[in-house]
Design a protein around this ligand. Structure first.
Ligand code: ATP
Ligand code: MG
Ligand code: MG
Ligand code: MG
Length: 469
């Protein structure tokens, strides 16, 4: 059985043998890209090459890229396949090879290297991409009845710019893994048909009027989720049951004094916490600090959500440091920043955890009281000021409040929340202008100094070629 580490290495080796330059994962903080909060895919660090803003220093690259996708946050633990943080394997062509190589190599990789049975695989193509269909059938040798059209197989970085059709590879994990509905097929949100690999054929550029013009130099961008391919290769029922997660899950269960697979509700909590602690470790590892806006807020939200889920399974004391130790021992050989930035990671992790644990209990109680009083009044919406008070005083990110209330069928007046938030921001600005060095402020300053001592060591060079240990 292949481990996650081996599968990461096999992919990168395969594409190096096909002339690709191995590049270390770039940071989760996109470089010079104000349009993106976080790195969401393997292609992100290569955007300037694809757009020809920078001449690519090599024509082909292969990477295993750290990614965070906030939109998938609430799916974590509900599906077998979604994470906030995950590793995306990819091969890239910057105006070099195109569809034929991308398709035949992908097929060679899945059927000959990792040897997935062809009769369990499905391929989707864009209905107008006759060229890709023809290559899948005549060059790769895929049986035509395994090919399906999918209108949605079109990728674009935005409304204007490079774009193109894509092809995706799915594994049919069998009826037992499906939802059982009669119309269950590719595209169903259940876990039967698992999308493992997306091949994007960047062949056009789109202008303001929506007109597609063929690019003079066409690109390839592919992405395969390491956790997903590992789950398939290890024959387990979810990404969380692979060796990439089990040590983390077991440690959390041990701290909570429970066993994984005893109680589905507790399992969901274990999955969420294991996912979120990885995201926390890697985000801090790239120098992101918890804060009240931007990517720091994403981190804060994920961390506090992990602490709340931990409370649901009986963990009341600080525990993140212990989980970080497991994550570090599992991943630091591939991602040395987890070791190099250990002090920075631990300091922020412990401080943020301690602060939230101190107010979580009380905030939860207040929220419960609120729910009861709303229910008595027959109301289904909490006002924005109350939601803001929960954030400001008890550290409940509004999305967390929304999520907890959704279980009770109650919503948050978000418009009102934004107003309260803005008002507070303005007042805080004014206050900081007039701030005097009171004893309280001195204590804060001292704390900041203490934290400042453990500096973030810095990003590894993008060109580091020692990625695979
Ligand atoms: P899905 O439809 O399952 O949400 P996607 O179409 O959004 O996946 P892509 O944007 O095509 O995913 O990304 C390329 C690959 O990255 C996917 O085929 C999958 O293997 C992996 N991937 C995407 N999102 C996640 C996630 N949240 N967690 C783990 N792996 C992911
Ligand atoms: Mg998705
Ligand atoms: Mg998809
Ligand atoms: Mg996809």
């Amino acid at each position: 059985m292949y481990t996650g580490d081996q599968l990461r290495e096999m992919f990168l080796n395969f594409f190096q043998e096909k002339g690709h330059r191995l590049q270390a994962s770039a940071s989760l903080i996109p470089k010079n890209d104000p349009t993106l909060l976080l790195t969401v895919a393997g292609m992100v660090p290569f955007k300037p090459y694809f757009m020809r803003q920078v001449e690519p220093p090599f024509p082909r690259a292969t990477t295993c890229q750290k990614c965070v996708r906030t939109p998938d946050l609430e799916r974590v633990g509900k599906t077998a396949r979604h994470h906030t943080f995950f590793e995306m394997l990819g091969n890239f062509s910057f105006g070099d090879y195109f569809k034929e190589e991308a398709i035949t190599w992908a097929w060679e990789y899945v059927t000959e290297v990792i040897k997935l049975p062809a009769d369990q695989l499905w391929i989707t193509v864009h209905p107008e991409d006759h060229e890709a269909r023809e290559i899948w059938i005549n060059k790769a040798g895929v049986s035509p009845d395994r090919l399906l059209d999918d209108e949605e197989n079109f990728w674009a970085a935005g409304p204007v710019g490079p774009c193109g059709p894509c092809s995706e590879i799915y594994v049919d994990l069998g009826e037992a893994r499906g939802c059982g509905k009669p119309d269950c097929a590719i595209g169903c949100d259940c876990d039967r048909f698992l999308e493992i690999w997306n091949l994007v054929f960047m062949q056009y550029t789109r202008d303001e009027s929506g007109t597609l013009t063929p690019l003079p130099r066409q690109n390839i961008d592919t992405g395969m989720g390491l956790e997903r391919i590992t789950s398939v290769m290890q024959g387990v029922v979810s990404n969380f049951d692979t060796d990439l997660f089990i040590p983390i899950i077991n440690k959390i269960a041990e701290i909570a004094g429970i066993n994984y697979k005893d109680d589905p509700k507790k399992d969901t909590a274990l999955k969420v916490i294991s996912d979120h602690t990885r995201a926390i470790a890697f985000m801090l590892g790239d120098g992101i600090r918890p804060s009240s806006d931007g990517r720091g807020y994403v981190l804060r939200r994920i961390l506090r959500r992990a602490v709340r889920y931990a409370r649901l399974i009986g963990i009341e004391k600080p525990f993140l440091e212990q989980i970080f130790a497991v994550i570090q021992s599992k991943y630091a050989h591939a991602y040395p920043e987890l070791k190099e930035n250990e002090n920075f990671i631990l300091n922020h992790l412990k401080l943020e955890e301690k602060n939230f644990q101190a107010t979580l209990e009380q905030g939860t109680q207040i929220l419960q009281d609120k729910v009861e009083s709303l229910k008595k009044q027959g109301l289904q919406e909490i006002n924005g000021t109350d939601a803001f008070h929960l954030y400001e005083t008890y550290g409940f990110p509004v999305e967390l409040t929304e999520e907890i209330l959704a279980e009770e069928g109650i919503t948050v007046d978000m418009e009102n929340y934004q107003l309260a938030f803005e008002e507070h921001r303005k007042a805080a600005k004014e206050q900081s202008r007039q701030m005097v060095s009171s004893a309280e402020n001195m204590a804060l300053i001292n704390k900041a100094r203490e934290l400042g001592k453990t500096e973030f060591v810095g990003y590894r060079q993008l060109s580091t070629e020692t990625f695979v240990a």
